[in-house]
Design a protein around this ligand. Structure first.
Ligand code: GAP
Length: 533
């Protein structure tokens, strides 16, 4: 992972936000290569899910043909949206503060062990950023008891590593960065939504939130889309855009950030066929990551257990990837696919529903009135063929563009041994990105900077530039130019040499196999189209 992080900075895939001021935790910028990579991923998703979707044919595994359309909503929405969606009441983590170190931790992410020495028993802890919590906890306990590491076997451990959530009495807890006991505050709720103020007056009545997901913009526009675009259920609405969550512990590069992009679909279908649509989307989305180059051995589809599901849902699955920063055998979520029943549309219509009720009823306040009033707008759907009126059920495939980008970068990073210009074996770093998402599709080189080779190479560059992001480079040894493109993930390098001027052919070099073959310069656009797909 360290090698990848360093390559990302060195080659301009990713930088820490505001780096010259020391950075800002949980925020990342995409550099010249990164912006192309991420845009290609979002474009591939949009093309495969929306614009390239065949609205009239029936796709394998789909219960019927279906339509797809898109939307682009605002980041700040009416505050009532978040009350009815449940984010206002429920979207929080518990956190604890340390009075001594002034640090803040997520309650469930502090781990610790009970340990006794010199007649005193304490709960020694490590924070979520600890790479070896057991070792850090031992060091912390030795320091607290004033013991040397050679006397570590005098520490009496009671039980294995457990979360702080198992501990009731914080007086015996030694915080991860504290020297004295009992410095952690009791856990407090912390809403993950970023709050902001609309307008100049700035009172509580003007408070609004940066959206924590793009999904709600789709639900509140359901009626607008149905009324304006003639789509018929079943159909999906897709949206790509920024979301914001004030994560307590952002970490693992871009994996958990405070500002990130989501690629979400809300798929509206008849309640009777919703379990089949759920299975379709779960499998379709899993397959998409494989098609884009993730290794099947590192990608799992994890179905949630029946007891984890809300009663109105027939299934939720996570697509998870074995990110290299995770311990062996652990996976991180790339995308969730959830059967959400009619919870969202009904909540925006009638008022926030209580998900614990069955059948679901509106959650009431102490006065017996709706706790959060809905829009009162009719969000039901009338099938004009059958005449049936119903509230569609929703299947939600919800992906993260930054997590997908990170997974493709992790998958692509490869080292191999290749001979350099003098035939000496050297370690080559190559980013084996799928050609569809590679930031630069081809690099064009004149072998040497003379004899008409640059002119021919520049003509080729200008022709190819009309179709793709290609790169022209005439500086330095050709071997070094290849290496730079290998690190950037460029799948094809095109070289103009002495023969090119005689027979109008050029060589294409394949980044992964290193195969080289000659093609007519006039055929390059067709050849690359076949190769890139
Ligand atoms: N509308 C459903 C929803 O937002 P989620 O599981 O909270 O579900 C969906 O988020 C996806 O968004 C995740 O699978 C992940 O890819 C991405 N995501 C969520 N929180 C993130 C964060 N803090 N940083 C980066 N990506 C995140």
């Amino acid at each position: 992972m360290e090698k990848l992080v360093s390559l990302c900075k060195r080659r301009g895939f990713m930088f820490q936000s505001s780096e010259i001021y020391g950075g800002i935790n949980g925020f990342w910028d995409y550099g010249p290569l990164g912006v192309e990579l991420k845009r290609n991923i979002k474009d591939a998703w949009w093309k495969d899910m929306v614009t390239g979707h065949d609205d009239i044919g029936q796709l394998p595994g789909a219960p019927s043909p279906y339509e797809m359309t898109g939307l682009d909503c605002t980041i700040i929405m009416h505050p009532q949206v978040w009350k009815c969606s449940g984010h206002y009441d429920l979207f929080h983590d518990y956190m604890v503060d340390c009075r001594e170190s002034k640090k803040r931790y997520r309650h469930d992410q502090i781990q610790g062990r009970w340990v006794e020495a010199k007649g005193k028993k304490i709960f020694a802890t490590a924070g979520s950023d600890s790479e070896s919590p057991e070792a850090d906890i031992e060091r912390q306990a030795l320091k607290f008891f004033g013991m040397r590491s050679k006397n570590a076997d005098e520490l009496k451990w009671d039980g294995a590593l457990v979360s702080l959530t198992t501990v009731e009495d914080f007086d015996q807890v030694l915080g991860p960065d504290a020297k004295t006991l009992g410095t952690l505050t009791p856990p407090r709720e912390f809403n993950l939504m970023f709050k902001t103020t609309i307008g100049a007056l700035g009172g509580e009545a003007d408070a609004a939130f940066l959206r924590p997901e793009t999904a709600q913009g789709i639900f509140v526009n359901f009626k607008n889309v149905v009324d304006s675009s003639r789509v018929r259920v079943p159909f999906g609405i897709a949206q790509v855009g920024k979301s914001f969550r004030n994560e307590i512990t952002p970490r693992n590069f871009t994996f958990r950030s405070r500002e990130f992009e989501q690629m979400e679909i809300e798929f509206f279908c008849h309640p009777d066929s919703s379990p089949e649509w759920y299975k379709y989307w779960r499998d379709r989305r899993y397959q998409w990551y494989l098609e884009m180059g993730l290794d099947e051995k590192k990608l799992i589809l994890r179905e949630h257990h029946a007891e984890e599901l809300a009663h109105y849902s027939t299934g939720t699955a996570d697509i998870e990837y074995a990110f290299p920063f995770l311990p062996e055998g652990e996976y991180g979520e790339l995308e969730g696919i959830a059967h959400r029943g009619d919870f969202d549309l009904r909540s925006h219509m009638e008022g926030k529903l209580d998900p614990a009720t069955n059948p679901m009823t509106v959650e009431l306040n102490e006065e017996g009135k709706p706790k959060h009033r809905g829009s009162g707008k009719d969000l039901s759907y009338r099938d004009d063929l059958s005449g049936e009126r119903f509230i569609p059920h929703v299947i939600e495939p919800s992906a993260g563009a930054d997590r997908a980008t990170l997974a493709f970068l992790c998958e692509a990073y490869t080292e191999d041994e290749q001979p350099d210009d003098k035939g000496k074996m050297q370690t080559r770093v190559v980013m084996k990105l799928h050609p569809r998402i590679a930031p630069i599709k081809a690099a064009i080189f004149p072998l040497v900077k003379k004899d008409g080779m640059p002119e021919m190479a520049q003509d080729i560059y200008r022709t190819l530039k009309k179709s793709w992001n290609v790169f022209y480079d005439e500086k330095g040894a050709v071997g070094r130019r290849y290496r730079r493109q290998d690190e950037a993930g460029t799948p094809f390098c095109i070289t103009v040499d002495g023969d090119s001027l005689k027979d109008q052919t050029v060589t294409i070099r394949h980044r992964d196999t290193l195969d080289q073959w000659r093609v007519k310069a006039d055929d390059l656009t067709d050849e690359l189209r076949k190769l890139i797909g």
